[in-house]
Design a protein around this ligand. Structure first.
Ligand code: 1CP
Length: 366
């Protein structure tokens, strides 16, 4: 396979997503299928994925490119999100090849047990060496997209990544990770600083490779309260957006819109809308009006249909989409789900969601 270079990309023909992200007027409401596991509902995706283990898929630019494009072949979406995972960063900090494996979900067989285990992590990650496979996947995919829609890169935020590194996988309570907040605040801070440094280089590297927007997932914000979020998450989210923007400028790269999604952190929406992100993602547990009141006109909002609404009949899905679009209005809004899809969801119901967005957004004035 020839090595494509991150230059001479085909001209972008559909910039609806990028314009909506920047709060500009768009001809119709924009729709982005960019939540985790979007492809899992498709037979072709499951087939491609089954051919190798999860992280082997992430390391193959050709496989990532194919998995990124499969949902876009089925559905008329306005943006693609690169196939990868937030867990590639903890993996790069650990012992590379064997640190993570997957059964029902990602597993870290030797999670951090106490502050002394931080010594086991690499003190510096060279992103072009340790995460260069993601950059190559982005470059290849951007070329293959041929300008039909923009490509979004992403990362996990420090707190969310640290929960996986301490819990060793998913957890309902995050009690082991939260124990660190109370018992080892200094070590927690060192860990977040290390993660933030890697994340900043990683995001800038994604833009250099061809990413046209960036999303930061703080998926485990919900187990922090308002004060803990203010102390342990927000400063790092702000550090990431501010440092990425500065570094893009210093490196002569284009500025790209940045999206922050802090699941269940409604109490922080006002702060998040003042954190140098152009877009704030919403889960489904907040009313659109309330989210607008808290964020004003400062940012574009993205979301927020309950993914489980896709288990409803197609008629009901259409009705729910109509209500959601009326509540958010067209300007400064990107239609999406409030979180990822589940593998047992019917692709036809995803199609009904997307058709409903097109039907009702095209009718509306901005
Ligand atoms: O939809 C896509 O395929 C886009 C690529 C993508 C993204 C944006 C994947 C592929 N993962 C992610 C982000 C991600 N990964 C998040 C943030 C978004 C969110 O809150 O959902 C998180 C928390 C993860 C961690 C992760 N990866 C989990 C959850 C574990 C837990 O219990 O907490 C799981 C199950 C995965 C595996 C995974 N990543 C991606 C896919 C398609 C899958 C499913 C497994 C597979 O394909 O075999």
């Amino acid at each position: 396979m020839e090595q494509l270079k991150p230059q001479d990309f085909p001209a972008l023909k559909n910039d609806t997503f990028l314009r909506a992200a920047r709060g500009e007027e768009v001809p119709a409401m924009c729709l982005c299928g960019c939540m985790r596991q979007a492809g899992q509902i498709l037979a072709e995706f499951r087939e491609t994925r089954a051919a190798q283990d999860f992280f082997a898929s992430c390391r193959s630019p050709e496989v990532c490119c194919e998995l990124t494009l499969q949902p876009l072949r089925r559905f008329p979406l306005d943006a693609a999100i690169i196939f990868s995972d937030i867990l590639v960063i903890p993996q790069a900090l650990g012992d590379g090849d064997s640190a993570w494996s997957r059964g029902g979900g990602p597993v870290f067989p030797e999670p951090l047990k106490g502050p002394e285990d931080l010594q086991k992590l690499k003190p510096v990650v060279d992103v072009s060496e340790d995460l260069g496979y993601v950059f190559r996947a982005i470059t290849l995919t951007r070329h293959k997209i041929s300008g039909r829609f923009p490509l979004i890169g992403f990362t996990g935020a420090p707190w969310t990544l640290m929960t996986y590194m301490i819990e060793g996988g998913g957890s309902n309570t995050m009690s082991k990770a939260k124990q660190w907040l109370y018992q080892h605040p200094g070590a927690s801070t060192s860990c977040w600083q290390l993660l933030t440094d890697v994340i900043v280089d990683y995001l800038v590297g994604q833009v250099a490779a061809g990413a046209q927007a960036l999303q930061v997932f703080e998926s485990h914000a919900g187990c922090l309260g308002p004060q803990q979020f203010a102390d342990f998450s927000l400063p790092y989210l702000r550090g990431i957006s501010c440092r990425v923007k500065k570094k893009l400028k210093a490196d002569g790269l284009e500025q790209v819109p940045m999206i922050v999604f802090a699941k269940d952190a409604h109490y922080a929406l006002e702060d998040l809308s003042q954190s140098d992100y152009e877009v704030v993602g919403l889960d489904w547990t907040i009313r659109p009006q309330e989210a607008r009141e808290k964020t004003g006109k400062r940012v574009t909002l993205q979301g927020n249909l309950d993914p489980c609404a896709l288990y409803a009949s197609k008629e009901n899905i259409e009705e729910m989409v109509k209500k959601m679009l009326e509540a958010f209005g067209c300007r400064g809004y990107i239609a999406n789900l409030g979180h990822g899809l589940y593998p047992d969801m019917d692709p036809e119901h995803v199609g009904a969601f997307i058709s409903a967005v097109h039907k009702y957004s095209e009718k509306k004035e901005n």
